[in-house]
Design a protein around this ligand. Structure first.
Ligand code: AMP
Length: 320
């Protein structure tokens, strides 16, 4: 299938790359790495990466503004469903390729490369480059490395497989990436966010069966002078809390007039629960958008029930 994707890339003069709304480091890294690789391999092609950006990820490179996308190839990365693709209209394109590591939601591409056992979309771009005549350099390798590091939380999640390590090890051997320098833009953050993290730690609530949660209103975000994307950036820092196996943040997003839900789990599979609330994602890292904070209690209740079931099953397993 990688060869088919490569042949399509080869056959188009104009190529547009898109990824999911609410851009994160893996979405950005996979897109910009593939853009750079196509440009390096085929300098004469027009290659654009579109969608709304975030100042925070400027170090990955600049996004493009493009009025006319007609007659081109679209490659959608890191996105399983049409409603979450950022900044393109699918009917504009002659051909569409999907490259994704989320569980399958719906088909929209002529070619779909989906591997939900891959750590990240960046890992899939690395495989695509390795398996075809697409070229790589140190800059591209650095972006791919950051995408993988980010989606695996520095190789801590169990989406880091033997294959992930082998691919990364080979890439590190071939390109002399200075990993310590790369971490800085990824992890550097303003003091205000650290203070907000302190607030979250102090105000987390715990349900009877092991869900911790916090509801962050616009007033709280304003007090700490952070935006609605900030809490989601720190959710992985609440991984190892004895009392909790699921943790979820609800953040008022004034600009988009909705509530961002970010959830993580150390056991129960949560994406099915979140998909009931206009959301989805991975088994243990999911999100959703709800219209009103009052809906959050239903999600908390569902997640708490899920934790109860999970704990009962676990105790049965250990008893047998
Ligand atoms: P986040 O908590 O925003 O980092 O998202 C965790 C995972 O859930 C990512 O794989 C996202 O793509 C996915 N996700 C976040 N929000 C939504 C949503 N509204 N619908 C479907 N998937 C989502």
């Amino acid at each position: 299938m990688f060869k088919d994707i490569f042949e399509l890339i080869k056959s188009f003069k104009k190529i547009v790359l898109a990824r999911h709304v609410g851009v994160d480091p893996d979405a950005m890294a996979s897109t910009m790495a593939l853009k750079d690789s196509i440009k390096l391999t085929f300098p004469e092609k027009e290659v654009y990466a579109v969608g709304s950006g975030s100042m925070r990820f400027n170090y990955f490179g600049k996004l493009d503004r493009l009025e006319d996308m007609k007659n081109s190839l679209l490659i959608v990365l890191d996105t399983p469903d049409i409603r979450r693709i950022d900044g393109v209209n699918l009917s504009d394109f002659l051909k569409i390729v999907k490259i994704d590591h989320h569980p399958f939601v719906e088909k929209f591409g002529d070619i779909e490369y989906i591997d939900d056992t891959a750590s990240s979309a960046s890992e899939l771009v690395l495989e695509l480059i390795n398996e075809t005549d697409l070229l790589m350099d140190k800059n591209i390798a650095s972006k791919i490395y950051l995408g993988i590091v980010s989606d695996t939380n520095r190789f801590m999640f169990n989406n880091s497989t033997g294959k992930t390590f082998r691919l990364v090890a080979k890439m590190l051997d071939e390109y002399e990436i200075e990993i310590d320098k790369l971490y800085e833009p990824l992890y550097l953050r303003p003091l205000n966010e650290v203070r907000l993290e302190g607030y979250i730690g102090l105000n987390l609530k715990l349900t009877p069966n092991g869900v911790i949660y916090i509801k962050l209103t616009k007033e709280i975000l304003d007090e700490y002078e952070v935006d609605a994307a900030s809490p989601g950036n720190m959710i992985n820092n609440f991984n190892y809390i004895n009392e909790a196996i699921v943790w979820v943040f609800f953040t008022e997003d004034e600009k988009n007039n909705n509530i961002r839900v970010s959830a993580r789990s150390r056991g129960p599979i949560i994406n099915t629960t979140l998909s009931k609330y206009n959301g989805g994602g991975h088994k243990y890292a999911s999100g959703a958008r709800i219209t009103d904070m009052s809906e959050s209690d239903a999600i908390i209740k569902d997640l708490d029930d899920l934790c109860k079931e999970y704990k009962e099953l676990e105790s049965d397993t250990f008893a047998n």
